[in-house]
Design a protein around this ligand. Sequence first.
Ligand SMILES: Nc1nc2c(ncn2[C@@H]2O[C@H](COP(=O)(O)OP(=O)(O)OP(=O)(O)O)[C@@H](O)[C@H]2O)c(=O)[nH]1
Ligand SMILES: C[S@@+](CC[C@H](N)C(=O)[O-])C[C@H]1O[C@@H](n2cnc3c(N)ncnc32)[C@H](O)[C@@H]1O
Ligand code: SF4
Ligand code: SF4
Length: 332
Amino acid sequence: MTDRYNREIDYIRISITDRCNLRCKYCMPEEVPFIPHERILRYEEILRIVKILAKLGIRKVKLTGGEPLVRRGCDSLIREIKQIEGIDMVTLTTNGVLLEEMLPQLQEAGVDAINVSLDTRNRARYLEVTGKDMYEQVERGIEAVYKSGIPLKINCVPVQGVNIDEIPDFFTWAKEKQIAVRFIEMMPIGYGDQYEAFSAEQIKEMFFARYPEAYQVKEILGNGPAVYYRAPGFAGEIGIIGAVHEKFCSTCNRIRLTSEGFFKLCLYSGAGIDLRQMLRDGSTDEEIADAIADAIQRKPKEHHFGEVQAESSVDASASGEADTRKMSQIGG
Ligand SMILES: Nc1nc2c(ncn2[C@@H]2O[C@H](COP(=O)(O)OP(=O)(O)OP(=O)(O)O)[C@@H](O)[C@H]2O)c(=O)[nH]1
Ligand SMILES: C[S@@+](CC[C@H](N)C(=O)[O-])C[C@H]1O[C@@H](n2cnc3c(N)ncnc32)[C@H](O)[C@@H]1O
Ligand code: SF4
Ligand code: SF4
């Protein structure tokens, strides 16, 4: 599937729930009203969409949330997606809270890689950032994945005044273990605009100041936009996702499906189509495939995080209006 900017779209990120067992301050700080069950796609509806997408050229699937592991049967969903012809890879992005107990089922289901989000390795600070005293549980989950041999990545969002002092320890983690430790620029989505982000450039400077012989890794280490670096003696890698400042949109390969069944063409923009409506009003697979193929041609060119919509540089026709959904609804 190629869009009007000649980008090959082969990766879908599916948010399977808007619910979460953590309350990260920048993502879901208070008791947000949850979407009623009947508005959430059932697993058989997700499977039907993935089958249609696989025929259109989607090869890689990421399950995210909310917290994907709080939705019962997440492992069965992975197993069934893996069986769909054309799908090469199913990966998971999780906060890790339920990972230790669920790892055997996930492994048995055939999950291809797991990313765990962890902004701090300090228990008191973890409670402060996520609202829950679950740090040790998450570390045990990470250790279990590491021992299982399933490819593991860590996602850390560096924020001024919160965890910048820990960044060198995160570098050391990647030095000592075969893990990709990634830093994501905070995006002004949801509550993210209330925090002072640490930029991709700042992380890179910090890394090269400590490890002057570091170099960019050439091989492809995932399906997402991270740029990876290694230094001599490193078992793992450092990854940097310049979600705001490094516009990787020209090589974008992805689309999204929200837990409510909204087929979202871009992380930034609200553009897309309501597939739940089509699934439930009796549309055929061919009609849904046509609607998806047509929507792909309207995929926005790029994001405009950090810019004012009214500025002349912002081409709303090419990028769509900014979405108002929260990150927990989109899935990152
Ligand atoms: N601006 C922007 N940020 C993105 C996009 N896709 C992913 N990100 C950011 O990267 C974060 C990490 O994504 P993950 O779910 O861990 O996975 P990934 O990096 O896409 O893929 P893998 O490396 O294959 O696991 C997301 O939570 C987003 O914050 C995108 O299309 N645009
Ligand atoms: C929305 S969560 C969903 C999956 C799972 N609950 C987790 O935390 O990994 C996915 C990723 O988005 C990141 N995230 C949330 N809000 C963000 C923001 N405003 N800017 C950048 N990343 C954000 C989180 O840190 C997490 O790594
Ligand atoms: S970042 Fe993930 S773990 Fe944290 S509140 Fe959002 S969905 Fe939950
Ligand atoms: S912001 Fe939109 S166009 Fe840019 S990489 Fe993300 S999904 Fe693709």
